[in-house]
Unconditional design. Structure first.
Length: 232
């Protein structure tokens, strides 16, 4: 049977309060295909979620494969960290970055590692757009490309996964705030009120605020405790 052009256009959304809202058109009230239309819309949403989850898992697998982790303890923390940030709206801002992690051997002056980049790896990361920092500078020329960010970790905390995840999260956020491209990606995931609040913070406050918004407040506190213990 021929369907109307609007078939499958019903939108069903679930708010932060857990309530589900169905957005329809006035003509939907008398439409005999409404149930099938709603079912089709739900099917499309589920398919989109499955594609997004597959993309996320592929990205995480690629990051783990091309990163250099020496200890299983830190590698496990990295995997947990990646799963958590890519499940958050703010973490989605990192989709335009190719994050690489290198655990440095302790008590060495220097260390090198090779990164095997394949076409499939590059295909996971679309090019980003370069815009003005905190909307305070004049617009700059836009360009397309992939951005490679390498996080170096020289020491970790034995038997303290929360502190290790806090260390990873801290270094990632600090790295993103280190250049204009990263700042723009963070700002795109924030509301105007949040951007205004962020402008008034210093560097340490911004890092702590983003980590808290990411859901790593406990990990940040664990990192601070371990850092303070080592400095005594």
């Amino acid at each position: 049977m021929e369907r109307k052009e609007c078939f499958g256009s019903v939108e069903e959304t679930t708010g932060s309060d857990g309530l589900t809202t169905v957005k329809t058109r006035p003509e939907c009230r008398e439409c005999g295909d409404f149930r099938d239309c709603l079912r089709q819309s739900r099917l499309r949403v589920e398919e989109t979620k499955e594609r997004d989850e597959l993309r996320k898992q592929n990205m995480i697998a690629q990051i783990i494969d091309i990163s250099h982790m020496i200890s299983n303890e830190l590698g496990s923390c990295l995997l947990d960290f990646l799963n958590r940030i890519y499940d958050s709206p703010l973490g989605m801002a990192l989709f335009k970055n190719l994050l690489l992690f290198c655990e440095m051997p302790e008590n060495v002056l220097s260390h090198s590692f090779s990164v095997p980049i394949s076409p499939s790896s590059l295909g996971l990361f679309p090019g980003g757009k370069n815009e003005d920092e905190f909307a305070s500078n004049p617009p700059v020329k836009k360009r397309e490309g992939s951005l490679f960010r390498v996080v170096l970790i020289q020491k970790h905390f034995s038997n303290n996964p929360k502190a290790n995840m806090g260390l990873i999260a801290y270094e990632v956020v600090r790295m993103i705030f280190s250049d204009q491209n990263g700042i723009v990606q963070i700002l795109k995931a924030l509301s105007p009120a949040e951007i205004s609040k962020l402008k008034k913070m210093d560097e340490d406050q911004r890092i702590s605020w983003v980590m808290n918004k990411w859901g790593f407040q406990e990990e940040l506190e664990a990192l601070k405790r371990e850092t303070n213990n080592r400095s005594r």
